[in-house]
Ligand binder design. Sequence first.
Ligand code: HEC
Length: 134
Amino acid sequence: MRKVIFVSVLGLAACMPGLGPVAHMQGAADFNELCAPCHGRDAKGDGPLADGLAHRPADLTGLAARHGGTFPTAYVMSKIWGYEKGAAPSDIMPKFAPLMESKTVLVDTGDGVETPTPERLVEIANYLAGVQTK
Ligand code: HEC
């Protein structure tokens, strides 16, 4: 089952449904709780834990700029998924299971097929898409 969801996460295209203000707040709350300790509240990579890490946390406001001007939704979600799998970037990564275990929403990946994807994973990616510097 997990593998199936992972494949669908990778298949997500830029064409995401608007999730509305409530979903956006959930994404912001999850970011502040789970990501800001390293990436910083402004997502620029300067959270309180940043200095103690072997690798500098990325500036997440520059994701679109680093990916040819388009926010890489599928990449971001697969990165978070990778954390959950313990793949990167270090063994001190917290567990993001609550994001993966949230109820799934149907997301049109751009090919007209609606794919079940964990809702909070979609929301956190949407939140980050909204803080990109152009
Ligand atoms: C324990 C510290 C830590 C936490 C917590 C953390 N990250 Fe990271 N993150 C890093 C580090 C260090 C890197 C850079 C090394 C790498 O890319 O693996 C990184 C890289 C990334 C990248 C890739 C950036 C790029 O330009 O390729 C994304 C996307 C990302 N993090 C998103 C998140 C999100 C979303 C969360 C919260 C769900 C999160 N991170 C939580 C430390 C953290």
